[in-house]
Design a protein around this ligand. Structure first.
Ligand SMILES: NC(=O)c1ccc[n+]([C@@H]2O[C@H](COP(=O)([O-])OP(=O)(O)OC[C@H]3O[C@@H](n4cnc5c(N)ncnc54)[C@H](O)[C@@H]3O)[C@@H](O)[C@H]2O)c1
Length: 248
C-alpha cells in the first residue's frame, strides 16, 4: 500500500488547524503547517509531531496573498514533497457583522480567507494533483452555512461561498481522481474563545442534541477520515461535526 501522502494544513499554529496537523501526522502523513503569526506556537506543534515520531515543518506565509501561497506550496514541496492533501483551514478574526449595518469592508476580508485564499491554494496545488491523477482537498467550513446565526452576515456569506466552491470543485476534479469535501464544525472552543460569555456558551450547548461542545480532536478525526483510503469514494460531501445541532 502507498505511504500516506504529504498534507498541507493552513492555519495550523493553533486552534483546529494544530489538532488537524497532529492527527494527520498521527495517521502517518508528513505535514506542512502553514501559519501567519505565532512562530513559537507553530514550532511547538511541530515538536509535538516530531516527538511522536512524525514528520512536520512549519512555514510562515499569508494565505490570502498570491506570493505567500506560492511560497507555502513551494516550501512544502521542497521540505516534504508534493502536496497530496490540502486542508483549507486558516481564518482571521470574525467580528460581528449584522446585516443592518453591513459594509463591503466587513465582507471583503472574510472572502479573502474563505474564497480568495482557497482559490489561490487550488491554483498552486491542483495542477500537480491533476498530473498525478490523485489528491484530496478538505475544506474546514462551518455549521453557520446551515444555521445562519444572527449578526454574522459577512462570515455566513463567505463560509457559504466556500461551501459552493468546494462543491463545484468536487464536480470538476472528481474525474481527475481528486476528492473535495467539507468538514463543518459547530462551535468548538479554541484559544480565541477564552473570553466567551458563559451565557452564550450555555445557550449554544442547550441547542446541541449531544449536549456539549465538540473538541478540536473530534474535528481533526473527521479530516483524517476524509484524507484516508476509507473515504476514497466520498466526494462533495459535508461532514457536520456539531453533535447534531443543524438537524433542523
Ligand atoms: N473554532 C470554532 O469554533 C470553529 C467553528 C466552525 C468553523 N471553524 C473554522 O475552522 C477554521 C479554523 O478556526 P480556528 O477557530 O481554529 O481559528 P484560530 O484563530 O484558532 O486559528 C487560525 C489560524 O489561521 C492562521 N492565520 C490567520 N491569518 C492567516 C493568514 N493570513 N495566512 C496564514 N495563516 C493565517 C493563524 O496563524 C492560526 O494558525 C476556520 O476556517 C473557521 O472558520 C471554527
Amino acid at each position: 500500500m502507498a505511504a500516506p501522502g504529504v498534507a498541507l494544513v493552513t492555519g495550523a499554529s493553533r486552534g483546529l488547524g494544530a489538532e488537524i496537523a497532529v492527527a494527520l501526522a498521527g495517521a502517518g502523513h508528513p505535514v506542512a503547517l502553514g501559519y501567519r503569526t505565532g512562530h513559537e506556537a507553530a514550532e511547538t506543534v511541530v515538536a509535538r509531531i516530531v516527538g511522536a515520531g512524525g514528520r512536520a515543518v512549519a512555514l510562515a506565509a499569508d494565505v490570502t496573498d498570491p506570493d505567500g501561497v506560492r511560497d507555502l506550496v513551494a516550501g512544502t514541496q521542497a521540505a516534504l514533497g508534493p502536496v497530496e492533501i490540502l486542508v483549507v483551514n486558516a481564518t482571521g478574526p470574525q467580528p460581528p457583522s449584522p446585516a443592518e449595518t453591513l459594509t463591503w469592508a466587513q465582507v471583503e476580508p472574510m472572502l479573502d480567507y474563505f474564497v480568495r485564499s482557497p482559490v489561490l491554494l487550488m491554483e498552486a496545488v491542483v495542477p500537480g494533483m491533476v498530473a498525478r491523477g490523485s489528491g484530496r482537498i478538505v475544506h474546514v467550513g462551518s455549521e453557520v452555512a446551515a444555521s445562519v446565526p444572527p449578526g454574522t452576515a459577512a462570515y455566513v456569506a463567505a463560509k457559504s461561498a466556500q461551501l459552493g466552491l468546494a462543491r463545484a470543485s468536487a464536480r470538476d476534479l472528481g474525474r481527475h481522481g481528486i476528492t473535495v469535501n467539507t468538514v463543518a464544525p459547530g462551535w468548538v472552543p479554541v484559544e480565541r474563545h477564552v473570553d466567551s460569555d458563559p451565557a452564550d456558551v450555555a445557550a449554544y450547548v442547550a441547542d446541541v442534541p449531544l449536549g456539549r461542545h465538540g473538541t478540536p480532536a473530534e474535528v481533526a478525526a473527521a479530516v483524517v477520515h476524509l484524507a484516508s483510503p476509507a473515504a476514497a469514494f466520498v466526494n462533495g460531501a459535508v461532514l457536520h461535526v456539531n453533535g447534531g445541532r443543524t438537524l433542523g
